[in-house]
Design a protein around this ligand. Structure first.
Ligand code: LMG
Ligand code: NDP
Ligand code: PMR
Length: 387
């Protein structure tokens, strides 16, 4: 790896193009916008790609006379414009081993965040993705295909949390927002990228990671703070989470609870990871994993919570529960799940102990119920138009 880094300073390193995609470079030249031009360009175009100028495709494999080295991996991280996603993007980009595709709904915010975090030009690409629209998910996959990049890892990280909401809001497709963005958008994205890209990658360790959380696991203290997560028999989801004639909650309950909707969505994330593992791990060799990175109490996730909560929550987690973890530390943990050879096992829900050592954690009964995972899969397929 040191050799690779030496051969490829990150500002010059290239994103390897897939062999059969070589011709696509010309077609998509208009999509490549150097960072400096990005800000004005991005105002008028909805879905576009910005990459810093790159060197010759394929340059990341070593020259003839040197030993063959591993090419740079390409990782897509959703919601990389803040919090955990940004910290992981930075951690991975800094290694020089990864080119990070930041899949974000707010192009300008992502560009500023990457610059602000000190990520080197050329070490990342920003591509538009709004998980609250299934059309946008499909468009992202098209744009990614046209970029010619391979895909070696996918991190489904973006999320929305609406803790004080007493009435639902809806995605472009009419699904309740928390589950629509956190689960359904990612479900479609993961399925499309898995079939069209991840399974075609020649990278030695390919991974698909979906963020879970302790608050979706009722086998923990944190998972028992009301409102508790619970999907019931999924009747609300089967009804389309519309909220008018049916329910906006997965379990079908009449009243909407934004905090519960988020926790429910995290159960969906953890169940989806396991169902992917059962269906595809053996056949593809791809690693499917989920994780609880620790309580990152300072991120934008809590932006909609009341100010008093936002003030007290970080010290409460730091000094009382001791579950607090900084964005930088959590970013390193997620980066480990993407790239550390010792975290390559599939079907695992990773957590970290007080010494920051990773371990395979136990999911709650509901978050590891294979029958529920299958049912969730089948309903979700219908809702996103895959079945
Ligand atoms: C609810 O808000 C919403 O109402 C609900 O709709 C839903 O959205 C739900 O799960 C989401 O949230 C509740 C939320 C808002 O408050 C809490 O549940 C508490 C959050 C944690 C804050 C605990 C504050 C503890 C004070 C610690 C102070 C820091 C200490 C630093 C030490 C420094 C040492 C050098 O409500 C609020 O945010 C109001 C919070 C008012 C807190 C008033 C303080 C009371 C202190 C009581 C101490 C309790 C300690 C907790 C231990 C619990 C053990 C079981
Ligand atoms: P942040 O709010 O900081 O980051 C969430 C990211 O998701 C942002 O980049 C946000 O974009 C993006 N996002 C939200 N909605 C959409 C959308 N419709 N389309 C595309 N992107 C969207 O939160 P965290 O970093 O804390 O959360 C990251 C992940 O970590 C989540 O999956 C969360 O569940 C998980 N997690 C967090 C914990 C914590 O303590 N914070 C604990 C356990 C798990 P924008 O910047 O434009 O708002
Ligand atoms: Mg919780 C005992 C440890 C512990 C841990 C690790 C967390 C994590 N929380 C713990 C305990 C408690 N929390 C206790 C005792 C309380 C009552 C005072 C409490 C309250 C609480 C609230 C109100 N906690 C919260 C909230 C939120 O709004 C957060 C949430 O549920 O978001 C969905 C939250 C969280 N606590 C955590 C973590 C990781 C979160 C947020 C993020 C998430 O699950 O993604």
């Amino acid at each position: 790896m040191a050799l690779q880094a030496a051969l490829l300073p990150s500002t010059l390193s290239s994103v390897p193009k897939k062999g059969h995609r070589a011709a696509a470079v010309k077609d998509t030249a208009f999509l490549s916008v150097p960072h400096k031009k990005l800000q004005s360009a991005s105002l008028s175009v909805r879905a576009q790609v910005a990459t810093a100028p790159v060197a010759t495709p394929g340059a990341s494999t070593a020259t003839k006379d040197s030993k063959k080295t591993l090419r740079q991996g390409v990782v897509v991280i959703t919601g990389a414009s803040s919090g955990l996603g940004l910290a992981a993007a930075k951690a991975l980009a800094e290694t020089g081993k990864w080119h990070v595709v930041m899949a974000c709904r707010d192009f300008l915010k992502a560009a500023k965040a990457a610059k602000g975090a000190g990520m080197a030009d050329g070490s990342y690409t920003i591509m538009h993705l709004d998980l609250a629209s299934l059309d946008s998910v499909r468009q992202f996959v098209d744009n990614f295909s046209r970029s010619g990049m391979p895909l070696d890892s996918l991190v489904c990280n973006a999320a929305i949390y609406r803790p004080t909401a007493r009435t639902p809001t809806f995605t472009a497709d009419g699904y309740e927002m928390s589950v629509g963005v956190n689960h359904l958008g990612h479900f479609l994205l993961a399925r499309l990228l898995l079939h069209h890209h991840l399974n075609k990658s020649d990278y030695p360790s390919r991974r698909l990671i979906i963020l879970g959380s302790i608050t979706g696991n009722t086998n923990t203290l944190a998972g028992n703070i009301p409102p508790k997560a619970g999907l019931g028999d999924l009747r609300g989801l089967a009804g389309g989470l519309r909220g008018q004639n049916g329910s906006a909650m997965i379990d079908g309950s009449e009243s909407f609870d934004g905090a519960k909707a988020y926790k429910d969505s995290k159960i969906c994330n953890m169940l989806t990871m396991q169902e992917l593992h059962r269906r595809y791990h053996e056949e593809t060799g791809i690693t499917f994993a989920s994780l609880y990175p620790g309580c990152i109490a300072t991120t934008g996730l809590f932006r909609e919570h009341i100010p008093l909560f936002r003030l007290l929550f970080p010290p409460f987690q730091k000094f009382i529960t001791k579950g607090f973890v900084s964005e930088a530390e959590a970013g390193k943990r997620l980066a480990q799940v993407v790239s550390d050879p010792s975290l390559g096992k599939s079907g695992v829900y990773w957590s970290w102990n007080k010494d920051s050592a990773s371990f395979e954690n136990q999911l709650s009964q509901e978050a590891s119920d294979p029958e529920k995972a299958r049912k969730l899969w089948e309903i979700s397929e219908k809702l996103v138009g895959l079945a």
